[in-house]
Design a protein around this ligand. Structure first.
Ligand SMILES: Cc1cc2nc3c(=O)[nH]c(=O)nc-3n(C[C@H](O)[C@H](O)[C@H](O)COP(=O)(O)OP(=O)(O)OC[C@H]3O[C@@H](n4cnc5c(N)ncnc54)[C@H](O)[C@@H]3O)c2cc1C
Length: 366
């Protein structure tokens, strides 16, 4: 145990501090700024978008009703789609509202098998980053990238407890921000947890994933099916541990973007997250090698370009010390919560990937 004491400079005193600039953070910050609040956004990455840009998501889940194809979410989300220029000719949200879209960005769409009367809708990470910068600036929100929230200073107790300052770390060192209101959009509930707010952790967390891109491979739904078959056989033969899908997208005609890696671990545990990054890279190359062995389309494929590990609902428990090749080692069963950091795990369960059905399913094809 070490005690650290330092007087921190107050870097800003905004009306609203938005912590995290994923989709939720962008929406919250734009809405606050447009309503006249002095708004500051802090984001640990050098760009906005969170999962959508850092891990890579090609589809906008929930934006469109898959049965009718109609847009069911408006607001900043729809404005972002317009600003990103994803639909040629549609430059504002009103135009998008009148259209009908495909479900998401899977390869059925890349292969241009778009149902009649529907329009292809696939995200683009780089366009998202630029559009987010612009929508935040236009709205009047200030942004500090490469700035991580590391703690909070609270005043009061019980239901009267309030966050006085949010402690951040960046290349300027440690500092704090004294906002009137804090919006926690970290995806992990970092701010709320450090402030002592109660939270739940799932017993059976959805695995983390690391998406990767392979160049010089002609994407098609048929290839995706064959890729799935190779992984199924490799898993059955014990050559590959937990995996999902694979689900494939494509941002260019001669590449595939792959969501297949599945890593058991707790994304808020620094050790486990680091092991997940390492194991994710191992699995990425393993999957690529399996496809190269069996599928001629991958012979000249350009090795996987990887993104970061992403995990859904990361305040969750896990445990798999004796698990398959792609379980993240190093954490004793029942560990993971750190009372010192006010991140207790509620319960833990021992799971082996063979008993872990979630996400271990073939990709759904239309
Ligand atoms: C493997 C996987 C695949 C998915 N596929 C899709 C898909 O195809 N389409 C889809 O629509 N959804 C998909 N989702 C769901 C999607 O990821 C979430 O719905 C979405 O990311 C939630 O947005 P958010 O802004 O709340 O969180 P996030 O996207 O996680 O954003 C949180 C932001 O906060 C930042 N941050 C975190 N902690 C701190 C801190 N302490 N200080 C400063 N900044 C911090 C992060 O860097 C990040 O930018 C997927 C999720 C996973 C895990």
């Amino acid at each position: 145990m070490a005690t650290f004491s330092k007087t921190l400079p107050v870097l800003a005193t905004p009306d609203v501090l938005v912590c995290g600039a994923g989709c939720a953070g962008v929406g919250a910050a734009v809405a606050a700024a447009r309503n006249g609040a002095q708004t500051l956004v802090v984001e640990r990455c050098g760009f906005a978008g969170g999962f959508l840009t850092a891990v890579i998501g090609a589809g906008f889940d929930g934006l469109v009703d898959s049965r009718s194809g109609r847009v069911v979410v408006g607001g900043v989300a729809l404005e972002m789609v317009a600003r990103m220029g994803l639909v040629p000719g549609a430059t504002d949200a009103a135009q998008l509202r009148g259209m009908r879209f495909t479900r998401n960005a899977d390869l059925v769409i890349a292969a241009r098998q778009v149902a009649e009367g529907r329009t292809h809708l696939c995200s683009d990470p780089e366009k998202f980053k630029l559009a987010a910068d612009r929508i935040l600036a236009d709205g009047g929100a200030r942004v500090l990238y490469h700035t991580q929230v590391v703690d909070v200073i609270t005043a009061g107790t019980g239901t009267d407890a309030r966050i006085g300052e949010v402690v951040v770390a960046n290349k300027g060192g440690l500092g704090c921000i004294r906002p009137k209101v804090v919006v926690d959009c970290t995806g992990d509930g970092d701010v709320a947890a450090w402030a002592g707010a109660p939270f739940d952790l799932f017993e059976r967390p959805q695995p983390m994933s690391l998406h990767f891109r392979i160049g010089k491979v002609p994407a098609s739904p048929q290839l995706q099916q064959r890729c799935a078959e190779v992984l199924r056989r490799a898993h059955a033969a014990g050559r590959l541990g937990l995996y999902g899908g694979p689900w494939m997208s494509s941002f260019a005609p001669d590449e595939v973007y792959v969501n297949a890696v599945r890593l058991l671990g707790l994304g808020i545990d620094p050790e486990q997250l680091s092991r997940a990054e390492q194991q994710g890279r191992e699995d990425t190359w393993r999957i690529f090698a399996l496809w190269q062995e069996e599928l001629p389309e991958f012979r000249h494929g350009h090795g996987p370009g990887r993104r970061h590990c992403g995990s859904p609902g990361r305040r969750q428990g896990w445990g798999d010390p004796g698990g398959p090749p792609n379980s993240v080692p190093g954490t004793p069963p029942g560990a993971g919560g750190d009372p010192e950091n006010r991140r207790p795990l509620k319960t833990q369960s021992q799971e082996r990937s063979a008993d872990f059905p979630l996400d271990m399913v073939p990709a759904p094809y239309l």
